[in-house]
Design a binder for this molecule. Structure first.
Ligand code: ADP
Length: 492
């Protein structure tokens, strides 16, 4: 199958969230299954710097007001799939992040910049580039939300031929690409696309809304999140539209890079280990306690958390539950940065419980690996979590995750109910209510199970045997692509 994969982020060059990881990992997994995948990404400076070979496939006079634009076909770094680069100095040659100025604040011309990306995807999809035309285009988030709209416009204006199928994946419904109505004039879409059946969204323009309405298939990054986004309380204003398209909406969980996250071969760890022999994990625990100035005790349950400190990650719940975690004889290691009030709250806890609570504010890749390996359990108390990665690492590192039952956390952790433990399928702990009390209660339950001498090895074994790689998800996407291609016949 020929798959075009337009994205606005790509690990390790340009990253603000999980999309960048998916953009790197899923095309690789699809390519390993024998499919012809090509990425499309704006030629940001960091992307240009990684080009190892390139040739031009397309020139445009003045793309979306950004001056001359080109599409290149390039090889990037060690990436095994070819990459189309949308090169426009006026739109993408600038410092800062992909969406924001260096000091913060969105680039005011973001609508034109990502309309251009969506347009380029549709253009390659409709006319082909260099003799290559995809069977399906798999877009991501609002930045490629207009892709199905441009494709529909090309089809209307052009020769009568079958267009590629389209899939749009939501990585986080909170980001919707919502703009003033005046933006419509910049988009180059036929006038009737301005209405409710096109890009109109609550009186303005909605890039994600348009994509969710017009793509053949919509997916998101876990089945439970796919369900949550169709409910008013968690649908961010798009639940009605998504309910209307229910038969076309599905969820596929992300995988992790099992070469980077592998306790048997992880260069960040003081000792390596695998399911059959966890001796190295005990070394990692002792090392973590020493590194973080926690009391050196192999028997105390150590809970770890690695997260952006934001409200939606539920870290305020952990602030409220830490006293009872400590009272129950546990230790806490937290790594993260974010909202000042949460940072200050965890600083205060570390000061209040020396040797029991250790906090590192900042971003530290190596320490995040050592926490996954050295902790007995990883905490993920998120209020909402489209998929989540840290609980998947925790499964692989033999650190049964304790999570709130939402989104991808609900789908990837099997709660340690007695029957599930007995069957050998339980992999961690779940709690429902987003309250410190509910978290504290589940922490107490987990500590009890930790000390019973029976449960923990069963949880660890089941978690470490769970397949958290990309293989199964890549297969699920291929099925979705087939459905999208099948849908085209009945679509305008
Ligand atoms: P989100 O994308 O919402 O932040 P995920 O769980 O999907 O949540 O992914 C978060 C990723 O960022 C994980 O790989 C996690 O290990 C990493 N991470 C978060 N905070 C830190 C930090 N302070 N230091 C190192 N890695 C971090």
């Amino acid at each position: 199958m020929k798959i075009l994969f337009p994205v606005s982020e790509l690990y390790p060059y340009v990253k603000t969230g999980g999309l960048a990881d998916v953009a790197e990992a899923l095309p690789k997994a699809l390519s390993a299954l024998g499919h012809d995948v090509r990425l499309l990404i704006p030629a940001y400076p960091a992307v240009k710097a990684a080009i190892t070979s390139v040739r031009a496939v397309f020139d445009d006079g003045n793309l979306f007001g950004g001056g001359p634009a080109r599409i290149w076909l390039a090889a990037l770094g060690g990436l095994p799939v070819p990459v189309y680069l949308l090169d426009s100095d006026g739109l993408f040659e600038r410092p800062g992040g992909p969406y924001q100025r260096p000091g913060g604040g969105d680039w005011p011309d973001n609508p034109r910049r990502f309309a251009a990306l969506s347009w380029a995807a549709a253009r390659i999809g409709w006319d082909g580039a260099d003799g290559w035309r995809p069977d399906v285009i798999h877009g991501h988030d609002w930045q490629t939300g207009l892709m199905p709209a441009y494709l529909a416009a090309f089809r209307r204006a052009g020769p009568d031929r079958r267009r590629p199928g389209t899939v749009l994946t939501i990585h986080n419904l909170a980001y919707q690409g919502q703009f003033a109505p005046s933006v419509f004039g910049d988009l180059g879409l036929p006038a009737d696309f301005a209405g409710l059946n096109g890009v109109e969204y609550y009186g303005g323009i909605g890039f994600l809304k348009a994509g969710l309405l017009l793509a053949d298939r919509v997916s998101t990054v876990s089945p439970t999140y796919a369900d949550e986004i169709r409910r008013p309380e968690t649908g961010f204003g798009l639940d009605g539209l998504l309910r209307g398209r229910s038969g076309r909406v599905s969820g596929i969980v992300n995988g992790v890079d099992t070469t980077v996250w592998n306790p048997a071969d992880d260069p960040f760890l003081p000792a390596r280990y695998e399911a059959a022999d966890l001796a190295g994990k005990a070394v990692c625990k002792a090392h973590l306690q020493a590194e973080m100035d926690l009391a050196p005790d192999p028997h105390v349950p150590v809970f770890g958390a690695v997260a952006r400190l934001t409200y939606h990650k539920g870290l305020d719940l952990l602030l409220g539950a830490t006293a009872s975690l400590v009272a129950g004889g546990g230790q806490l290691v937290l790594l993260g940065s974010g909202e000042p009030a949460l940072e200050a709250g965890f600083h205060d806890l570390a000061a209040a419980y020396p040797g029991r609570v250790a906090v590192r504010i900042g971003y530290d890749e190596g320490l995040s690996h050592r926490i996954q390996a050295g902790a007995d359990s990883i905490l993920v108390p998120s209020r909402s979590e489209p998929c989540g990665l840290t609980q998947l690492y925790a499964l692989r590192y033999g650190s049964p995750p304790l999570v709130r039952r939402t989104g991808g956390l609900a789908d990837t952790v099997v709660n340690a109910e007695p029957w599930a433990v007995a069957e050998g399928v339980a992999t961690g702990f779940q709690f429902d209510d987003a309250t410190p009390g509910a978290l504290a209660g589940t922490l107490a339950w987990a500590m009890e199970r930790y000390r019973d001498g029976v449960t923990w090895p069963l949880l660890q074994a089941a978690g470490m045997a769970t397949d958290v790689g990309w293989g199964a998800s890549a297969q699920a996407y291929l099925t979705l692509y087939d459905r999208a291609i099948g849908d085209v016949a009945g679509f305008v």
